[in-house]
Design a protein around this ligand. Structure first.
Ligand SMILES: NC(=O)c1ccc[n+]([C@@H]2O[C@H](COP(=O)([O-])OP(=O)(O)OC[C@H]3O[C@@H](n4cnc5c(N)ncnc54)[C@H](OP(=O)(O)O)[C@@H]3O)[C@@H](O)[C@H]2O)c1
Length: 297
């Protein structure tokens, strides 16, 4: 089946003919919005959710716009799910590795299980699905993989080190396999949003089991600084719809770059680093954390 018309709009986007897009983590946030916007842009969308009982918001959002998408179950930490989904929906033109989790807490307070859980979803899950989907893409000599990383993956984020490290790994994975896959006509990009109001900083944010541990010298710093930084960053928080729009555009843009930094805070952080001011930014963070801690009763 011919999937690209080959025509290009004036902004360089290739016109699409029901190309198939597989998206992970569509029960809320960027995943849900990307699925809806991609369906609205004419893609054949396979929107996957970890838990089928959490697919209602997605269904409602699609129905409200009279849009259609295939909704299926995919826990990216389950190799059986991955194999079944990759087989069932082959060939996939665009894969969006969006599923992610965040566990708050100092590096010293995270259990090894919590540390590994974050990597299982944010890194190993994305890698496993990419490996499953890449085979048919290599045979067809075309495809696109969009990895939803994070600003935290390039600048770090205190008391979210497992999350930041998993996203750094995802960015390095993207940069490495982008070169491996380029000769086969497969593009790989990372999207690196800053702070955006979705469930990952709301009901899906999970505190480490030792987050409130009175015996931890770092736990009270973690609590006060996360509260303070979230308060500071909230006014800068970007619109998740914009991120989804950007991801959908990236599904079709002719020559995508390697990395896309999204959101005002993320662009500001990138500018600081470009100007050689990363140290100054770090000192600001440290001062802010100390001030917030002193003010905590
Ligand atoms: N919002 C931000 O500020 C921000 C910034 C940078 C990057 N990101 C990244 O953006 C991506 C989407 O997050 P979001 O902000 O839209 O938050 P969200 O609303 O919490 O969405 C996260 C999605 O991932 C799903 N998920 C979690 N574990 C999964 C697993 N094992 N298998 C499949 N799906 C799983 C969740 O499903 P359940 O409903 O089952 O939990 C949910 O659908 C994440 O990778 C996140 O790290 C977010």
């Amino acid at each position: 089946m011919e999937r690209q018309s080959g025509g290009a709009s004036k902004d360089g986007a290739v016109e699409t003919e029901r190309r198939r897009v597989l998206i992970t983590g569509c029960s809320s946030g960027f995943g849900l919005l990307t699925a809806v916007q991609a369906a609205g842009s004419g893609f054949d969308v396979v929107a996957t959710v970890r838990n089928p009982v959490r697919a209602d918001a997605l269904r409602r959002a699609l129905d409200a716009r009279g849009l259609d998408a295939k909704i299926d179950t995919l826990d990216v930490t389950d190799s059986e799910h991955i194999r079944r989904i990759a087989d069932r929906y082959e060939p996939i033109d665009v894969l969006v590795n969006n599923a992610g989790i965040l566990i708050n807490g100092s590096f010293a307070d995270l259990s090894e299980r919590e540390l590994r859980d974050v990597f299982e979803t944010n890194y190993f899950g994305a890698v496993a699905l990419t490996r499953a989907v890449a085979g048919p893409m290599l045979r067809r000599r075309r495809g696109r993989i969009i990895n939803v990383a994070s600003l935290a993956g390039s600048v770090g984020y205190p008391y979210c080190s497992a999350y930041a490290a998993s996203k750094a790994a995802l960015i390095a994975f993207t940069q490495s396999i982008r070169v491996e896959l380029a000769p086969f006509g497969i593009d790989v990009v990372s999207v690196e949003p800053g702070f955006h109001k979705t469930q990952i900083i709301g009901s899906n944010a999970r505190p480490a089991d030792r987050f409130d541990d009175p015996d931890s010298p770092l736990a009270s710093y973690g609590r006060s600084s996360l509260r303070a930084l979230a308060g500071d960053l909230l006014p800068w928080a970007g619109s998740p719809e914009k991120v989804a729009r950007r991801i959908v555009r990236l599904m079709s843009v002719r020559r995508p770059r390697t990395r896309y930094v999204l959101g005002t805070d993320a662009r500001l952080a990138a500018a600081f680093r470009w100007l050689g001011l990363a140290g100054a930014m770090e000192r600001l963070f440290i001062r802010r954390i100390e001030r917030a801690h002193r003010r905590t009763p």
